[in-house]
Design a binder for this molecule. Structure first.
Ligand SMILES: C[S@@+](CC[C@H](N)C(=O)[O-])C[C@H]1O[C@@H](n2cnc3c(N)ncnc32)[C@H](O)[C@@H]1O
Length: 230
């Protein structure tokens, strides 16, 4: 064989091997790896608090999503995309809608990663959830199987996020309110008081039937339940 054909052949083999290596590297990349690769958070994510910081909470969210009855997931509070990554990676059959006010510049980077890694499975709606969630349920006829509320943590926003999400539920929908703490006052931080009050009032009024709650660390916990749909 002529030398030039041998060189072309070797070049093709090299490109195939390099392509496979590149694909494997990128298809296994986590969101945190991606932030490091693009030099946004080279020494670890430094944005607002997020679910993957707490291993037990991440496990809980993975387990609850990895169920054949969970097909449509919604969250309020996309932030850097860490909870969306947990949901989408835990169950390849789910689709997801996230609502976020978009105040952090890294939201669009997280969205880019989620779209690249889970193509066609995620929608992000930017804006204040107190407006965007009602706009959504008035125009889209959809019910979610799992809803994670982790957006604005002031009492008013937590309360109306919980109330508004009822319009997107069926009787088996599991709603999770992030950042509640139970019977451990020394663990309550300023971002907990709104979600705790909103969740307790929803239980007392009969809107929510609680299924469980967990405290994980100072300032970190969650509660979950079903809406009473009559
Ligand atoms: C604690 S972070 C969410 C963390 C994320 N769920 C995770 O675990 O990876 C809260 C997010 O909600 C957003 N947010 C705050 N107020 C909001 C509002 N009124 N409507 C929608 N998003 C809001 C914040 O900008 C932030 O991105």
């Amino acid at each position: 064989m002529e030398d030039k054909y041998i060189i072309i052949l070797l070049l093709i083999v090299f490109l195939i091997i390099y392509g496979c290596w590149w694909y494997k590297k990128n298809s296994n990349q986590s969101l945190d790896d991606y932030y490091k690769t693009i030099n946004k958070f080279p020494s670890g994510f430094k944005g607002e608090g997020y679910s993957q910081q707490i291993i037990e909470q991440s496990k809980f969210l993975k387990n609850i999503t990895n169920n054949k009855d969970i097909k449509n997931v919604m969250e309020i509070g996309f932030n850097g995309g860490h909870s969306a990554e947990i949901f989408l990676s835990s169950n390849k059959n789910i689709n997801m809608v996230s609502f976020d006010i978009g105040e952090h510049d890294y939201v669009k980077l997280g969205k880019h990663f989620i779209d690249k890694t889970y193509p066609g499975r995620h929608q992000l709606i930017i804006g204040d959830s107190l407006k965007t969630v009602p706009e959504y349920y008035k125009t889209v006829n959809k019910k979610f199987d799992l809803i994670f509320i982790d957006g604005g943590h002031d009492y008013h926003t937590a309360k109306y996020d919980l109330i508004n999400c009822k319009n997107l539920c069926h009787d088996k929908t599991i709603v999770i309110m992030d950042d509640t703490i139970y019977n451990k006052d020394e663990w309550i931080m300023d971002w907990n008081t709104g979600p705790i009050q909103a969740w307790n009032e929803a239980k007392e009024s009969g809107m929510i039937r609680e299924l469980g709650h967990e405290n994980y660390a100072p300032g970190r916990g969650q509660s979950w339940g079903n809406y009473n749909i009559i």
